[in-house]
Design a protein around this ligand. Sequence first.
Ligand SMILES: Cc1ncc(COP(=O)(O)O)c(C=O)c1O
Length: 395
Amino acid sequence: MLEQIKQTDKAYYMNTFGERLPVCFTEGNGMTMTATDGKIYYDFMAGIAVNCLGHNHPKLTETICNQAKKLIHTSSLYYIESQANLAKVLCENSCADRAFFANSGAEANEGALKLARKYFYNKGQEKPEVITLQNSFHGRTLATLSATGQEKYQKPYAPLVEKFVHVPANDIEAFKKAVTEKTGAVLLEVIQGESGVRPLDKAYLEEIRNICTERDIVLIFDEVQTGMGRCGTLFAYETVGVEPDIFTLAKALAGGVPIGAILCKEKFSAFVPGDHGTTFGGNPLATAAGLCVVNELLHNGVLENANKMGALFREKLTALKEKYPIIKEVRGKGLMIGVEFAEPIAKALSKQLFEAGFLVGTVGETVFRLVPPLIITKTEINLLTDKLDELLQTL
Ligand SMILES: Cc1ncc(COP(=O)(O)O)c(C=O)c1O
């Protein structure tokens, strides 16, 4: 069966992902997924930080099925109850006053960049420059690719959108040097995910916050990966006590149903009718799923679990680091965890784990990225760390 799927994929699907892992999943349950050959895998990737409630979560599945039986989509020509309610609950539980829904992280970031531009347009000011960080990741549309500080993704698409300036992370002097009269926005991830789970320093973020406030620069946090409980708080900015003016969400917001969101404080809510729009964004299906996810996080212990299990997971990985010097660093917050190795073993080790039935992510040859469902328990954490212990012993 897998061979047939691979052949069809090779014949018809655009190959942007290279050689995929030789597996196709047919169903999932909680922390596990089952492949076409019946083999069960423990999922420590959650569809790249998406399946926050795991697989086949009873309430999320029921919500989606019930909503699909009523209405999947109506369009934004009409009022949508779950859209209004999801906007309300996100604003009530964050520093934001208003929300707008999109379909992906890139689209949410694109919208946030437009919102910052519109804020200055309304004021009759021209401040088109945007400062972002080296090794950041903000998406694959032309503007978000231009924001992304990684040349390897940008190279084939020149000319990019102008006026993006990339500075090294956690270097406040470099940041200060990059600020000009024309700087309108700063876009950054509180923890850089795609480049290997690299947290920004609290003091660095505090200084950026102060500079942005003093110089009327819009501070945008990309919480596409870090948001929705991933870092042990609903949003990662809470872990550093620095509030953005605008922030974006996607990935886990609807537990796997595609959605993105732009959230902002009232002062920065610069769009007026006609400025921005979307066909699918915030439709009844996606926002009903989003409401279910937020409810599980806030009222059914999932956020608390992410916090507790995140601490336990990092503790167990740190114990492995003490035992094996080949582990250089264990970093991250909540259940967004990076494990850096002193030697280029990440890919080979992840392959061994895959063969043993564990799905983990890698960044380059030296980093593991672990972003499991937030419903993870001690059992799965012990299974993975025990297996890692066993594999590291044989190196
Ligand atoms: C921080 C961050 N921003 C934006 C994106 C882009 O999101 P999407 O793939 O949904 O467009 C990603 C995806 O990995 C991300 O990690």
